[in-house]
Design a protein around this ligand. Structure first.
Ligand code: BGP
Length: 479
């Protein structure tokens, strides 16, 4: 008798997709919204690819009903979006903008109308500019209370309808790009300031989770971490050590804080030796421990391959590929600790990101093994040049192949024993890529615009739209 096929995915598995306010909404100064640090940053010449901004983005603010309808047609079980803090509290603290609250309330209702579970990100990088101007944003401890007050407004308003909350999106990315590479606002290059700001962000993250618990709200909360698992270039012990250093300093350094409430000892020793350790005040450690999340949000795009780096070796000041011309990015690292190398076994995207589905299984296993916590995959996807054909179709076979292999590895990780709550692809519609303009597309739905013109912003379903529809319908059996 033929064995009955059983899905590896639970019946309530959250098949989802994701976005972020600045990358889709537009309406940057409408209905009482004030500027965020990104609204200001993009005005600086050369800050983004071809000077692109999110002023209009893909106009989701005005077209959210059309977008949600497409989600419903696809059968999406969950949709992750972020709330723009300066839409809710324009000055970052103080007065609440009811029109801003209404927009998200309506969006949530629209999702629920179709049975789509909202997953709400509290912070996806668009800090109210007023807080940057008045006290330096993440560099001041004042932000801990302001972020907590803002989050409480959202918990009060929406926790009757929202069951999943993401606290900070990719703290490791916005902190490193903001204070070390100077490629995100506030565009600082200062490792000492970076670690100080990062510690404050850790405290703010913990404070919001603590407030969520104390408020007795239903649902689950956790941060989303951009985890890039480390491989050694080969089995030379020096290269294996370099991979370990990378893992400690660029991954456990954040995830340990979230889950254990402590910094990893070896990474902290490196910072102490370099005079970079953040200032810790009485009460910090207790607060960090009180902020244990319900899940780890995992944003997975690629793995990194490492080799030894001499003490006078290369640093982080290297070129990034923001044009999509393959092979334009350079190795980067920390002298004396590690530097990145090309993995000879992996293909890359046009933006030089390794394509590594097995790396996702590995990421899931490593998090489960070290932290024993459920995991919600909050982002995964392929940035590609998609072509709108004459006949109005978009045949994104590369994306289907990419996603299919990744979903299959999630299934294997579940078989390995990892508790995976759901999978949100990045992204539902095409959207603005922070530093790479509109040509680096991720969506199931093509949006007809480019760097030069918004055109009509028409939505067009790509081939991958139908592929994911089948995956969701069959609960992963159509793989
Ligand atoms: C993550 C961010 C997303 C998104 C994605 C793709 O780091 O959380 O907001 O942008 O990466 O990155 P990119 O747009 O640089 O290709």
């Amino acid at each position: 008798m033929a064995k009955e096929e059983r899905s590896l995915f639970s019946s309530d598995f959250l098949w989802g997709s994701a976005s972020a306010a600045y990358q889709i909404e537009g309406a940057w100064n409408e209905d009482g919204k004030a500027a965020s640090i990104w609204d200001e940053f993009v005005k600086q010449p050369g800050a983004t690819y071809k000077g692109t901004t999110g002023n209009i983005a893909v106009d989701h603010y005005h077209r959210y009903k059309e977008d949600v309808k497409l989600m419903a047609e696809q059968g999406l079980k969950a949709y992750r979006f972020s709330i723009s803090w300066s839409r809710i509290i324009p000055n970052g603290k103080g007065e609440i903008n009811l029109e801003g609250l209404k927009f998200y309330s309506d969006l949530i209702d629209e999702l629920l109308k179709y049975g789509i579970e909202p997953i709400v990100t509290l912070y996806h990088w668009d800090l109210p500019y007023a807080l940057q101007a008045s006290y330096g944003g993440w560099e001041s401890r004042e932000i801990i209370q302001d972020f907590t007050e803002y989050a409480k407004v959202l918990f009060e308003m929406f926790s009757d309808r929202v069951n999943y909350w993401v606290s900070l999106n990719e703290q490791n990315i916005f902190i490193m790009h903001g204070y070390l590479f100077a490629t995100h606002p506030p565009a600082v290059k200062d490792p000492k300031r970076m670690y100080e700001a990062n510690h404050i962000a850790n405290l703010a993250n913990a404070s919001v989770i603590k407030a969520f618990r104390e408020g007795g709200y239903k649902g689950k909360i956790g941060p989303s971490f951009a985890y890039t698992p480390s491989y050694a270039l080969d089995c030379q012990p020096e290269n294996c050590l370099a991979a370990e250093q990378h893992q400690e300093l660029l991954s456990y350094f954040w995830m340990d804080c979230y889950v254990r409430g402590t910094y990893p000892r070896l990474a902290m020793k490196v910072l102490e030796d370099k005079g970079l350790a953040p200032t810790q005040l009485p009460g910090d450690s207790e607060l960090l421990k009180a902020g244990r999340p319900d899940f780890m949000g995992l944003n997975y795009y690629q793995t990194a391959t490492l080799e030894a780096n001499p003490s006078d070796g290369i640093g982080f000041d290297s070129k990034m590929n923001t044009t999509g011309e393959k092979g334009k990015s350079e190795s980067k690292g920390l002298p004396g600790l590690f530097k990145t190398a090309v993995n000879p076994t992996l293909e890359t995207t046009n933006w030089d990101w390794t394509i590594d589905p097995v790396g996702l299984r590995l990421a899931l296993r490593r998090i489960a093994s070290r932290y024993d916590i459920p995991i919600l995959i909050t982002e995964n996807g392929l940035g590609d040049f998609d072509k709108l054909e004459e006949d109005g179709t978009v045949n994104d076979a590369n994306r289907i192949d990419f996603l299919e292999k990744h979903v299959s590895e999630i299934g294997k990780a579940i078989e390995d024993g990892v508790d995976v709550l759901g999978y949100c692809t990045w992204s539902f519609t095409d959207l603005l890529s922070w530093l790479n303009g509109y040509q680096k597309r991720y969506g199931f739905v093509y949006v007809d615009r480019d760097e030069e013109s918004e055109k009509e912003l028409t939505r067009i379903k790509k081939e991958s739209f139908y592929w994911y529809k089948d995956i969701i319908k069959s609960n992963g059996l159509s793989l």
